[in-house]
Design a protein. Sequence first.
Length: 189
Amino acid sequence: MTFKTEADSGVADRDEWSYAPTVGVGPLRFGMTVDEVVEAAQVLGQTKVSECPRDHAIFSPTWKIEVRRGVAPSPPAVTAYVSQAVGLFCIAADAVHGPQVGHDGISLVGRDLLELESDEIAHAEAVDGHFRYMPEGYAGPDDPGVVMRGQHVGQVLRSRPLFMVTRDGANTEWDSMPSEEYRHGGSTT
């Protein structure tokens, strides 16, 4: 599959992962256990599992699995969140190191958010379809399983999509977002 990409995105070579709504991304399937995620993520590199703080009592215990490319210390390429009650419910692709994932032929990872918005508008007009804005103002596909986030990469705010299903005790994917992802938005060089 060929994705529309930005010519100078400031990102290294990327694997291309497929996305299937309510099913998963690449080798990761929603509902997987921590052990299943760690095993499936070995295609990218090393994993680190940690327990997430329980910021909201309605959610069951949750684990964060950071997947790094290769063996050298590096920022996570993918961060997966697994709930005790529903299994894998959120997959975040890093804007710089994450795999490329597309939706309707538009690449979603590591894009300048203004250019991504232009592509989403053009695509919606071409197919007489829709796109949507996230509560933070970022444009993304009209798919409730994709929550667009911003990640600073140098001087540019780039796309860091979260691919999600609703977790225990939440009404929507936006409500399901792990608290670590609300705090994310740090800089990457």
